[in-house]
Ligand binder design. Structure first.
Ligand SMILES: [Zn+2]
Ligand SMILES: [Zn+2]
Length: 171
């Protein structure tokens, strides 16, 4: 018996062209905590991926751009697993989409940076704080990669621009 017969797995497709963007991924109940800063790779300056290969987790809270001033300027991180962020002298918080699908960046190998590296600015890698920065080969801008030296290492799929389907046992 295929061990996956009892395990729900999901493949994420591009909602525009229906190409499969990921292999079968198993759901995690929550997004794991970011790995310890001590585990940051000394060369790439990346943390290990928040979500392990072969898995996904849904982030219930707003994540990514746009950012809006926090009501109470007794600051909180700008988003889950995020840092304090200041825009125009105010601490800000994400007003981005809820329910982004967080995966290991290597689990969506066909995604490409946008033309002219739009929204990919950062120090050692994209911060992921400027809006979607990765697209399906068809051009659908459906994901945001965070991979900078002070951010976690996460790929967030836009829940509106991808389409989940049940995995097929044996594929
Ligand atoms: Zn597509
Ligand atoms: Zn850096």
């Amino acid at each position: 018996m295929d061990p996956r017969d009892n395990a729900a797995v999901t493949v994420f497709l591009c909602a525009r062209c229906s190409v499969a963007l990921t292999p079968d991924l198993a759901a995690l109940p929550t997004v794991p905590d970011a790995p310890d800063e001590a585990d940051r790779d000394p060369k790439t300056r990346r943390l290990p991926s928040t979500v392990p290969l072969g898995h996904y987790a849904v982030e219930p809270d707003p994540w990514g751009a746009p950012y809006i001033p926090q009501d109470d300027q007794n600051p909180e991180p700008c988003q889950p697993r995020g840092n304090l962020m200041v825009i125009d002298d105010a601490f800000v918080i994400s007003a981005g989409p809820r329910n982004t699908v967080v995966i290991h960046p290597d689990d969506a190998p066909a995604l490409q940076p946008l033309p002219n590296w739009e929204n990919s600015s950062g120090c050692c890698g994209p911060t992921g704080q400027h809006g979607p920065n990765r697209a399906c080969p068809c051009g659908n801008q459906l994901a945001t990669l965070a991979a900078d030296c002070y951010t976690p290492y996460e790929l967030h799929l836009d829940p509106v621009r991808v389409h989940p389907v049940e995995g097929w046992p044996g594929t």
